[in-house]
Write a protein that binds this ligand. Structure first.
Ligand code: HEM
Length: 414
């Protein structure tokens, strides 16, 4: 009975979750001496879980679906019906293979080159203090569009950057902010749907084999084209999270400001140091707090039967800081990645398991390469970081330093 899943005394955890944010699950697990507990969120029974074993259950067992696993408002902003995340089994693997194809080494390095060019272009305009988060989102939007083969004007890129950012900013909020973002999402979707239709009809010419035309031309398991709407959702599924990498880039800038020896270290040391730095940024800083899953059949957690329909929330943030896996988990220590093997269920900022066959994020290489490129650019740029609110509130999902990270270019930039 030592493995029984305890229940919280509180009837409903919606308010405590919103109030505490990232540490909600792990602080309760710590207090109860458990890796799983039962509670209610929005009136619905849920089991909150953390740790590598829970990661394996939610991702690798194949017993959990994402259908019905997120509050509907969040779903509309982040994924949507018909998207890869909502598929299971053969349909999922087939669609996922399309995403994995877009993440080849060549494709990722092309994106990285475009991103560096877009950064240097924009940085020439930095004459006075800038908010890095705003700048980098615009740079990433331009780069993602060029990489994907999506034509946008300068003005269009600014609007799109704002729309994609809002979907991320407001995903965890309720009320007017979320409604506003929903409205914008509808506009973005309409734009993307028209784009897919025009690519298909040939009225928009895209470079052969570019991600946008691959998505527009993708056929499902039965050999049918995706509806234009679903193809549009998947195109947004490529652009939105690429722009979201801007949060990790701001965290990388913060890490470089707080641990300045890493600036010279990544400039003068080899690629392993840079990779370790980017991995630690992903492990250490808060981004996705948790992911949900619903059991499709009876599943077993230690000695507990979880009947079909059981709703589970898996704690990404707490798992990345699990002291059983990570020594001194609350310290920023990139060197840990030079000595420790990364297993598929322990480092989970972007999900767990094998990307091709589970819901693990297909965009981890993109994320790592963009964070690395930005860290190098930041370390070689002479910029001053003025006094500002660099604090990160764990109550605000998604998290960011209060100021958005203000940078002041010091020397005229090339
Ligand atoms: C899935 C996080 C970047 C595309 C996921 C999941 C997480 C995640 C936690 C798993 C969701 C689940 O288990 O249900 C992140 C974070 C990123 C990031 C924190 C950093 C910015 C990207 C990038 C792309 C991308 C750059 C594509 C260019 C996707 C897609 C899925 C996904 C399509 C659904 C996969 C599936 O259901 O099989 N992401 N991601 N993400 N991500 Fe990312």
């Amino acid at each position: 009975e030592g493995n029984m899943i305890p229940s919280l005394v509180t009837l409903d955890s919606s308010i405590p979750f919103l109030r505490e944010g990232y540490s909600f699950i792990s602080s309760r697990c710590d207090k109860l001496g458990t890796d799983a507990f039962r509670t209610r969120i929005a009136g619905r029974q849920v089991i909150c879980m953390r740790g590598a074993e829970a990661a394996a259950l939610l991702y690798t067992s194949g017993q959990f679906t994402r259908q019905g696993a997120l509050p509907p408002n969040t779903l509309r902003l982040l994924q949507d019906k018909g998207s890869v995340q909502m598929l299971d089994d053969g349909h999922h693997r087939h669609r996922k293979a399309m995403f994995m194809d877009l993440m080849s080494e060549d494709s990722v390095s092309r994106l990285k080159d475009i991103f560096e060019g877009a950064w240097l272009d924009r940085a020439q305009e930095w004459q006075e203090p800038v908010i890095l988060h705003d700048e980098v989102r615009l740079i990433l939007t331009r780069a993602a569009c060029q990489w994907a083969g999506v034509p946008v004007s300068d003005r269009g890129a600014e609007t799109l950057a704002r729309e994609l950012s809002r979907m991320i900013d407001k995903a965890a909020s309720l009320g007017p902010g979320n409604w506003w973002a929903q409205l914008r999402r509808n506009r973005t979707e309409k734009w993307a749907t028209e784009l897919v239709e025009r690519i298909r009809s040939g009225t928009v010419k895209t470079p052969a084999g570019c991600p946008a035309s691959q998505i527009a031309g993708h056929r499902d398991v039965d050999g049918d084209l995706l509806t234009a709407k679903v193809a549009a959702v998947e195109l947004i599924n490529l652009l939105r999270p690429t722009v979201a990498v801007g949060r990790f880039i701001v965290f990388a800038a913060l890490a470089l400001a707080e641990y300045p020896r890493w600036r010279s270290k990544i400039v003068s040391s080899g690629p392993d140091e840079l990779e370790a730095f980017a991995q630690e940024v992903r492990r250490f800083y808060p981004f996705f707090p948790a992911v949900g899953g619903v059991a499709r059949e009876e599943a077993v957690w230690r000695d507990n039967r979880l009947p079909a329909g059981t709703w589970v929330l898996f704690d990404l943030y707490g798992t990345n800081r699990d002291g059983r896996v990570w020594a001194d988990p609350h310290a920023f220590t990139p060197d840990r990645f030079r000595n420790q093997e990364i297993t598929p269920h322990a480092l989970v900022p972007q999900g767990a398991g094998d990307a091709g066959s589970t819901h693990r994020c297909p965009g981890e290489r993109i994320t790592l390469e963009l964070v690395k490129a930005a860290a190098l650019l930041l370390s070689t740029t002479d910029c001053h970081v003025p006094v500002q609110d660099l604090g990160i509130s764990l109550r605000r999902i998604p998290a960011l330093p209060g100021s958005g990270f203000v940078l002041m270019p010091r020397a005229p930039l090339r």
